[in-house]
Every structure is written in C-alpha cells, then in structure tokens.
Design a protein around this ligand. Structure first.
Ligand code: PGA
Length: 252
C-alpha cells in the first residue's frame, strides 16, 4: 500500500503570524480526514520553527521548500538541510519548476541537494514536469524521464525507499488549468515504469503526487487514478478549508 499524501507548498506567501494561523487551521480540520491521508505543510524558512510548534502533537507534518546544495560554510543567504531538519522538518521539496526556471537549478545542483537531504534524514519531494512547448511537441515523456534519470537514478535503494515524486506540468501550475485525470494517470504510470527500470519492485511503493491547479473540485477525480497517490498543492494550500477538502478527495 502506497502512502497517500497531500502536501502544501506555500511558496513565498504568509507572514509568520498568518502561517501559524493557517497551520492551526489545518491541524484542527485534519481530524475530519481519515488517518490514511498524510498531510504535509511547507511554509517559508522564516516561520518553520513557529509552524513546527503549531503542528506539535498533530498528524500534520512539516517540510521545507528548498535546501542548500552544501552542508555548511560561506554560502551567504543559503539554508542547510541540517538547519531545516533541526527545526522539525521531515520533508524538503526539491527541483520545483520555479526553482529550475527562476534560479537555474540543474540536475547537477539537485544531485547535491538530494545528497544533503538524505544525509540529514529528510525525505525529498522531487518535482518533475514539462512546460507547455514540451507538452505540445509531445516531449513530456522524454522530459520527465530525463529529470528522473539524471537525479533519481543516482540514489541507492535505501534512499529511493524514502522518496516522494511530484509530477507538476508547468503549464498547470498557478494557471487554473489542470491536467485531466487521464493525462495525470498516463504520465504517472509512465514515471513508475521509468522508476521500475532502475529500482524494480520498489517502484510500486513510491508515492507519485500530482501538482498543478489541484483544488477541492478536481482532487477526487485525479486521486481516484491508480498511479496518483496525492497532490502537491500551491494556491489551494493557503486556505485550511480548501487544503483539507483536497485531502477528503481520497474519501470520495
Ligand atoms: P498550484 O501550485 O497548485 O498553485 O498550481 C502547485 C505547485 O507549484 O506546487
């Protein structure tokens, strides 16, 4: 049985007090959803500690949105994986398309970040996905395959057992355009096939989340697909009610 996960990527939103309030709302409402659904919130670095406090004793887990490629030292402005782990993070989002696109993250950087995440006991939520031109040219399979081969294929089996993948088509992120449930299933199944080529039966255990304009009205249909194990949620994660309603998609 694969884990069912609904993870909230808050991106660069909320001030500390707002983040705490949002986290408290998520904790309160999470009781409405069966324990089989794992909720994760990923606030900005600045309020990880306060949100960790708000999540204490609840089933909602904490993640960060990024970590540095190096362990420590003279890297002004960077935040090490050891630091976010010390604040109570269990997860870290790596390779989000916004990081790849705006901050030039390459597979080379991401290999180092993955290494740092594992060295500090974090589970990476590794993002892959094609942009609109790549989708229209029919290259989405090749793009996702390369993003997996160049990074995930460097993991050991032990590391792979602690990995979450998020498929996020760039054309669906923050655009209100969602992939259809069929499009999601098609590529999730393909991603699992690519993973199986390297990790064999372990690929069946790897949670693969869908991300891109996922909301309460479309979550149930997408999550019903065999190879979709949950969602990585941006905009709709900023309202506790919507975020939890997405989790209820598993109970529909
Ligand atoms: P969105 O973002 O839900 O706002 O489209 C998803 C993401 O980027 O993780």
């Amino acid at each position: 049985m694969r884990k069912k996960i609904v993870a909230g990527n808050w991106k660069m939103n909320t001030l500390p007090a707002e983040g705490v309030e949002l986290a408290q709302g998520v904790v309160a409402k999470s009781a409405e959803v069966c324990d089989c659904v794992n909720f994760i919130v990923c606030p900005p670095f600045t309020h990880l500690a306060q949100v960790a406090e708000a999540l204490k004793g609840s089933k909602v887990e904490l993640g960060a949105q990024n970590c540095a490629a190096e362990a420590k030292g003279a890297y002004t402005g960077e935040v090490a994986a050891s630091m976010i782990a010390a604040l109570g993070c269990k997860y870290v989002i790596l390779g989000h398309s916004e990081r790849r696109q705006y901050y030039g993250e390459t597979s080379e950087t991401l290999n180092k970040k993955m290494e740092q995440a594992y060295a500090n006991g974090l589970t990476p939520i590794y993002c892959v996905g094609e942009n609109l031109d790549e989708r229209e040219a029919g290259n989405h399979f090749a793009v996702c395959k390369a993003q997996i081969e160049e990074v995930v294929f460097n993991l050991t089996e032990e590391q792979f057992k602690n990995l979450v993948i998020a498929y996020e088509p760039v054309w669906a992120i923050g655009t209100g355009k969602t992939a259809t449930a069929e499009q999601a299933q098609e590529i999730h199944a393909y991603i699992r096939e690519v993973l199986a080529a390297k990790f064999g039966e372990l690929a069946a255990e790897c949670p693969i989340l869908y991300g891109g304009s996922c909301k309460p009205s479309n979550a149930a249909e997408i999550f019903a697909k065999e190879d979709v194990d949950g969602g990585l949620i941006g905009g709709a994660a900023l309202k506790a009610e919507d975020f939890i309603a997405i989790g209820k998609g598993f109970m529909a």
